[in-house]
Structures are given as structure tokens and as C-alpha cells.
Design a binder for this molecule. Structure first.
Ligand code: FAD
Length: 360
């Protein structure tokens, strides 16, 4: 009976009805031109960067949107080709091809943004609120001597933005009154790209190489790339997954947390964790969801042994359907859950694993 509740939520996920969000178009009083900083991997622009283009679109009808990519070699060329057709609103793709950008170091990227901004006089520069954007944009803003506006979730006009404050408990409307370009980071989950739009190959924006002759050795800064360590996983990226299964301190240890991983595997879901689970060493901190972790908004978010502290809710409360399993009926997570089950996760998860079909 209790399991039936969760199975019904899973069914809803299989037949999702993604509502295409409509944002009020900006009543731009003057023309806008936007530089979007694009992150790419494996020869493709990452989905959150395409959401940044979607956000840029709401700055004004006449907005000319340039997508900036940096890197080197064939993966950059492939990503540039993808960038040219990834969204019909892209007007041009700018490519900085140099070994200096083989790894996205914030110092060199910030100087690149400064250079490109000076040449193109863009009214806006947008990046995502990912670690990529959060690293680069404030540095670029300092070089341009402007104040950035971060974590934007709604664009009301070309100079009016909404952003969450107090861990998402209040929304603040901010007017940009600066004289220079307006630099923004946006939450990609607030600017979903319609799958139809993302698949349309109707647009082929021109690709131009950036002249880096003035970009000297001193532009690289003091940091050096040493190595990247990542876990090879078939699982979807946490920030973009349709389904997220999260475990909290209720799992008790790393060994038990493997049940969450098994369940995620069966559902083709990403794994998330609370900060308490991360701090207790159950999983690495790149799985943390929340105010100081990743912000997610999947079709379905399932939380096991998660109390629902505001700092955790700040990262997942925009999920379309939230399912919570907790043995404490008064746990705050039930205040945001669409489906709540008061029960012991050590009984519920094994039962779910048994009843759910194998992933095809
Ligand atoms: C500045 C700041 C930033 C923070 N940022 C984040 C953040 O980004 N993300 C984040 O998650 N937290 C963050 N935190 C921490 C946050 O305040 C909470 O401490 C944390 O989210 C609690 O994690 P938890 O729910 O796993 O653990 P707990 O609060 O300990 O909850 C464990 C839950 O498991 C339940 N449980 C136990 N055993 C079982 C069982 N057998 N079956 C079912 N349920 C069971 C309990 O009833 C309890 O509700 C931040 C805190 C601060 C101060």
C-alpha cells in the first residue's frame, strides 16, 4: 500500500508532462546584445549553457546573442559546430582556440571575457551558476569594474532581475543601475529549454575565431592546471537529471548508501546527498544538493532519510514531484513533499528494489 504511493509517483515520471515555461519578454528600452559564456565537454555545449541562451532570449526581442567557447583541438571545433545549432536564438559563435584554454581556468577565462567584452561592447554577459560560471563571472566583473548579479531565476526586463535570498526563503527583485555591462549568473533550472527547440537544427549561426594576439603569457594568471579526478559513471549528471534519488544521514554509513546507488541505477537516476551525508563521508561532495551544493529541479526527486533542513530545500524544492521517506512524521521534508511515506528506509528501499523492474 505504502510502496504503491511511491510507485505512482514513479509512473508520473515515466509519463512526464513538462510545462514549457513562458517568461515575460523584456520590454527593452534600448537594444541589447549578450555574450553567453559556454561550457563544453566531449565536443558538445553543456545543457545548462543552452539554458543560459534561453535566459538571454528573455532580455529583449532584438537581443543579439553571441556564444563564447574556449578550449583547444578537435573537441573545441566539434563543440563550436554544436554551439552554432544548439539554439535558434544564437546569432554567432565566438571561439578562442589556444592551449591556454585547454582547461577552463578562471583567471584566463576572466581575461578572455574582458577582451571580448571590450571588442564587442555587449550590454550583458551571462554565465550559469555552476562552478564554471561562479568562478569566472565575478573575476570578469572585477576586471570590467561592475557589480555582477548572481543566481538570477527570472528576468523581468533587461535591467530587472529576480534572485533568491535567505536560502530561497525570499525572492529579491534587483534593478541593475550600473553604467557598464550587466553581468549575470543564472540558475539553469529556472530557464528550461523546450526539447523541441533543443532538437531543432534550423539555425546555423556563423562561427568566428577570436584574435588572441594581444592575449599574452601574463594573461594566464598564477594558477596552473594540475589534474582532474572524476568518477566514471553511467549515471546522468546530477544538475540535469530527470530523476534524482537522494540519501541523507538516515542511511547511517557509506555501505548502506549503496542502496541509494542501486535504486538510482534501476531508475536511470542521478544520485544526490545531503551535506550531513557528505560530511559523514558516505559520498563525495560533488553529490551534495542544497544551498552550498548543487541546485536541481528534476521531474522527480526522491529523498530517503533526509530531514529537510532549509539549506537542503534551497537546492531541490523546485523539483516537479517530490517524494520523501522518513521515519519521523514531523520531519520538515514532508512540508514540501508531494508524496510522503512515514517509514523505515531500510524496509522501503529493499522492497522498492524488489518490485521495480530491471532497467532496460
Ligand atoms: C551555511 C550552511 C549551508 C548548508 N548547506 C547545505 C546544503 O547545501 N545541503 C544540505 O543538505 N545541507 C546543508 N546544510 C546542512 C543542513 O542544515 C542540515 O544539517 C542537513 O541538510 C541535514 O542533513 P540530513 O537531512 O541528511 O540529516 P539529519 O538532519 O540528521 O536528518 C536525518 C533524517 O533521517 C531520518 N531517518 C533516520 N533514520 C531513518 C530510517 N531508518 N528511515 C527513515 N528515515 C530515517 C531522521 O528522521 C531525520 O529526519 C548547510 C548548513 C549550513 C549552516
Amino acid at each position: 500500500m505504502a510502496i504503491g504511493v511511491i510507485l505512482r509517483a514513479l509512473k508520473r515520471r515515466i509519463d512526464p508532462n513538462p510545462k514549457s515555461q513562458i517568461f515575460s519578454l523584456a520590454s527593452a528600452s534600448r537594444s541589447v546584445s549578450t555574450l553567453v559564456l559556454a561550457e563544453h565537454e566531449g565536443g558538445a555545449v553543456k545543457a545548462p549553457s543552452i539554458s543560459a541562451v534561453e535566459a538571454a532570449k528573455s532580455l529583449g526581442d532584438d537581443n543579439s546573442i553571441s556564444l563564447l567557447l574556449a578550449g583547444s583541438g578537435s573537441s573545441l571545433s566539434e563543440a563550436a559546430a554544436h554551439a552554432a545549432s544548439c539554439h535558434p536564438s544564437v546569432s554567432q559563435v565566438l571561439v578562442a582556440d589556444s592551449d591556454k584554454f585547454a582547461h577552463p581556468l578562471a583567471e584566463s577565462w576572466a581575461k578572455l571575457v574582458h577582451l571580448v567584452q571590450q571588442k564587442g561592447s555587449y550590454s550583458h554577459v551571462i554565465a550559469t551558476s555552476s562552478s564554471f560560471g561562479k568562478n569566472i563571472l565575478p573575476r570578469a566583473a572585477a576586471l570590467l569594474d561592475v557589480s555582477p548579479i548572481t543566481d538570477v531565476i527570472e528576468i523581468s526586463s533587461s535591467h530587472l532581475f529576480v534572485r533568491p535570498i535567505y536560502a530561497g526563503n525570499a525572492l529579491c527583485t534587483v534593478k541593475y543601475t550600473g553604467g557598464g555591462p550587466c553581468l549575470l549568473t543564472i540558475r539553469s533550472t529556472s530557464f528550461p529549454v523546450s526539447p523541441l527547440l533543443a532538437d531543432s537544427k534550423s539555425n546555423e549561426a556563423p562561427i568566428s575565431q577570436i584574435d588572441l594576439s594581444t592575449f599574452g603569457e601574463d594573461s594566464i594568471g598564477n594558477s596552473r592546471f594540475v589534474k582532474v579526478t572524476s568518477q566514471d559513471s553511467e549515471r546522468p549528471d546530477l544538475a540535469n537529471a530527470n530523476v534524482v534519488v537522494t540519501g541523507g544521514r538516515g542511511l547511517k554509513n557509506a555501505e548502506n548508501f549503496k542502496m541509494i546507488e542501486k535504486l538510482a541505477e534501476k531508475l536511470g537516476a542521478a544520485v544526490g546527498a545531503t551535506r550531513a551525508a557528505v560530511d559523514s563521508g558516505f559520498v563525495p561532495n560533488d553529490l551534495q544538493v542544497g544551498q552550498t551544493g548543487k541546485i536541481v529541479a528534476p521531474e522527480l526527486y526522491i529523498a530517503f532519510g533526509v530531514s529537510g533542513a532549509i539549506q537542503h530545500l534551497a537546492g531541490m524544492k523546485d523539483s516537479k514531484v517530490i517524494v520523501a521517506v522518513n521515519k519521523d512524521a514531523d520531519a520538515p521534508i514532508f512540508q514540501v513533499a508531494d508524496y510522503g511515506l512515514v517509514g523505515d528506509l531500510f524496509e522501503v528501499i529493499p522492497e522498492l528494489l524488489e518490485k521495480l523492474p530491471e532497467k532496460k
